[in-house]
Write a protein that binds this ligand. Structure first.
Ligand code: BGC
Length: 761
């Protein structure tokens, strides 16, 4: 396909037509020029390819449903996620799908976002790492991905029009930071813009977002498509860098493009830029087509492995888990029989099979089952409860399969609270009253409040808690693998579980007011907030237990004086001191000790998942560079790693740091200082040259600002005088002196001189 030639011979109408879909899932073909159409399909954790002539949006072909993003991220396992990506790529190749829509790497700002199950984390570094692995896996099979939803799509309420009001630093450090490394490292074939506005401008026509940042700054060379129906002003979108409108607008928006070119509001070059990208995608996809057969059973096994490696063991008192296969065990709760393993909406997969824990446990242990509660309504059914209590009384150990019913969370709407259904809580409290060995297995896409792990709320706590999230079609087998210890739990939370919803930093501003939502908590999202406020949480970011124990020792850094020129390494030893094989997720955080701007206490900058046989030790190595110390400087409009002291922290979770080492970072750049008459004395005095000058100025100014002679001052007044002198803007000095030489002009000259000195130093 000779794209330059095609661009010369396409008519204006044909060019405009290529910039929108032919239907829900295809680009347009232009037969006279042999330009084929290509197919895109959802994603992200399975293939949702619609049947030919499907009437129902859920009428997709049979496929394998892997765990959803909120589970996958807890695996912290780049290589396993890469395997899943490859499997998805194989399915797409076999089914003739050119681009699988996803992954979504929006940040979990609030636990209430209905679509959190499709997103990875509250932490941009973790989200970006998992997205990268996913994309590299898929694309290694010659199939494209669509990294979505770019950007700041963090709620479902009014998702198609709300304006996310976010300051620049927060956008860069949190919301865009989840995308930036993925674009640079994994090079997704396409990006899908979000529905919402950012600071008043729709993403689908936001030049700053789609061109200035995505392409000019980050070097993105692929295609940007709209989310389905996200287009507002199509010609403005073309000018902003939105190449492809999806799905079709039945030619309506194409006509606006034609008119805009004819009127001169859009240049032919601008339109050609978008058409070229569409053609490049078509070319790349057609050239990457290979004959592939996909092996459903192999992928199902992979789904099982992913679910087992993503699950997080949150509690295990008295080592209740793993269960002993010879015990009498009761499985209670509808999810044991019909697991909730995926979320509702565009990511819904038509699974070719599912296995429940009840099926999976057959032949492994003597298990009785009682339904206990219903999931189609939140209502206690006394007979079901009674049967469950009797089953619990007759058992040595009870496993309750609890979680959020489908209607509690989905694409399209947000949750209104963070609670499990009352009927489930009621049942759990009755079960812990009759059996002291109760474990809960959770099926949910996002955190829930967990009253049953507290001693203090009038009920006996459960002994064990296993978070499966929405674990995909093989969740039943994976749960059984974990409950009986055939797999050792190794996931850690990719998000904080707060004690209650009200503790979440977005609580006061979620989902916003009318058509706007202010991200007033700024960069303090997730653990960045709880850490800074030293707030207790139910389970911290990065937390998860194992059936074995790990010990950390011997941290070493390759250098103590670091520079922005040379990357450096950090190493430590991790030992499995228990008697079972297992994997540990070793986390590296960086804590700025001398910041000059407001910063989180610490931020995740590295992680490694290491498998260790019982008794085995391994050296774990991290490579870091200046990015590990950087914050977004609003003054410089770029990432800045400032000179100063930093702690390198290595821990088993964000709340449990095992090793630390202090290093000093020497930056070759600094934020330029330009003082004005508005700067108070305290600012001036931070520089040696300023201190001298300030003393000169102050010599003739009454430091008490009319507050009485200094010899009469008590300690408080002296402190006040000092504070006021430090806070007095230089221009105001003229008001507190009768020295005729202290004039505004003179003060300005002094400040100019100081600025000169600072510029030279
Ligand atoms: C969703 C996207 C999805 C698209 C196509 C939209 O409503 O936001 O994530 O890929 O539909 O189904």
């Amino acid at each position: 396909m000779d794209i330059d030639h095609i661009l010369e011979i396409l008519t204006l109408e044909e060019k405009a037509a290529l910039c929108s879909g032919a239907d829900f899932w295809h680009t347009k073909a232009i037969e006279r020029l042999d330009i084929p159409r290509i197919m895109v399909s959802d994603g992200p954790h399975g293939l949702r390819k619609m049947q030919e002539d499907a009437k129902d949006p859920n009428d997709a072909i049979k496929a394998v449903c892997f765990p959803t993003a909120s589970a996958l991220a807890c695996s912290f396992d780049r290589s396993l996620i890469g395997e899943m990506g490859k499997a998805l790529g194989e399915q797409c190749q076999a089914e003739g799908v050119s681009v699988i829509l996803g992954p979504g790497c929006n940040i979990k700002r609030s636990p209430l976002c209905g679509r959190n199950f499709e997103y990875f984390s509250e932490d941009p570094y973790l989200a970006s790492q998992i997205a990268e692995a996913h994309i590299k896996g898929v694309q290694s099979k010659g199939v494209g991905t669509s990294l979505k939803h770019f950007a700041a799509n963090n709620q479902e309420n009014r998702r198609m029009s709300v304006s996310a009001e976010i300051d620049e630093r927060t956008l860069r450090e949190i919301y865009l930071a989840a995308f930036e490394p993925v674009i640079k490292e994994a090079k997704p074939w396409t990006v899908m813009c979000s529905y919402n506005k950012i600071n008043g401008e729709y993403s689908s026509q936001n030049k700053w977002l789609l061109t200035d940042i995505l392409r000019d700054e980050w070097g993105f060379e692929g295609l940007v498509m709209s989310d389905w129906g996200a287009v507002d002003d199509r010609p403005k979108g073309v000018a902003a860098g939105l190449d492809l409108e999806m799905p079709s607008s039945m030619g309506k928006n194409d006509k606006y493009i034609v008119k805009a070119v004819e009127d001169g509001r859009l240049t032919m070059e601008q339109l050609d830029t978008c058409v070229r990208r569409v053609l490049e995608l078509v070319k790349k996809s057609t050239e990457s087509r290979t004959e592939t057969v996909w092996d459903k059973e192999r992928h199902h096994k992979l789904a099982r492995k992913l679910a087992a490696n993503s699950a997080v063991l949150l509690r295990n008192e008295d080592g209740m888990l793993p269960l002993d296969k010879s015990q009498k065990i009761a499985f209670i709760g509808e999810f044991a029989e019909k697991p909730r393993y995926q979320g509702g909406g565009s990511s819904h997969i038509n699974s070719y099979k599912t296995t429940s824990a009840l099926e999976a446990v057959k032949g492994i242990a003597d298990v009785t089952y009682a339904q206990g509660f219903v999931t189609d309504r939140d209502e206690i059914v006394p007979e079901l409860e009674q049967a469950a209590i009797e089953a619990a009384m007759a058992a040595d150990a009870v496993v309750v399969f609890a979680g959020l019913p489908e209607s509690f969370e989905s694409e399209g709407y947000d949750r209104r609270h963070m609670q499990l259904p009352d009927c489930q809580l009621d049942l759990i409290s009755k079960l812990t009253a009759v059996n002291e060995n109760v474990a809960v297995v959770l099926h949910n896409g996002s955190p829930v409040e967990l009253p049953f792990v507290d001693e203090s709320e009038g009920m006996k706590p459960v002994k064990a808690l296993l978070e499966m999230y929405l674990g995909g079609q093989a969740v039943g087998e994976a749960t059984v693998d974990l409950l009986f210890g055939d797999t050792n739990p190794s996931g850690k939370l990719a998000e904080t579980f707060p004690l209650r919803l009200e503790d979440n930093p977005s609580y006061l501003n979620f989902p916003g007011e009318g058509d706007r939502v202010k991200y007033a908590e700024g960069i303090f999202v997730g653990y960045r907030y709880y850490d800074k406020k030293a707030m207790p949480v139910r389970y911290p970011f990065g937390y998860g237990l194992s059936y074995t124990k790990f010990e950390y020792s011997d941290i070493s850094v390759s250098a103590y004086e670091l520079s922005d020129k040379k990357p450096f390494t950090v190493e430590c030893t991790v030992t499995n001191v228990g008697d079972r094989d297992g994997a540990e997720i070793v986390q590296l955080y960086v804590e700025p000790l001398t910041p000059t701007v407001i910063r989180p206490v610490k931020e995740l900058k590295g992680f490694e998942k290491v498998f260790l046989k019982a008794g085995e030790s391994k050296r774990v190595k991290f490579r870091l560079n200046r990015a590990a110390f950087a914050y977004w400087s609003e003054q410089l409009h770029k990432w800045h790693s400032e000179s100063g002291a930093y702690n390198i922290l290595i821990g088993e979770s964000s709340a449990s740091i095992c090793l630390e080492e202090e290093v000093h970072f020497n930056s070759s750049e600094s934020v330029p200082i330009k003082l004005t008459l508005d700067n108070p004395g305290g600012d001036i005095r931070t520089f040696p040259e300023g201190e001298k000058l300030y003393k000169e100025m102050l010599a003739s100014v009454d430091p008490t600002m009319n507050g009485g002679g200094s010899d009469q001052l008590g300690e408080a007044s002296a402190l006040m005088a000092l504070a006021m002198a430090n806070d007095l803007p230089i221009h105001a000095m003229v008001s507190f002196t009768d020295n005729p030489d202290i004039t505004r002009e003179r003060l300005q000259m002094m400040i100019d001189k100081l600025n000169e000195l600072l510029a030279r130093s």
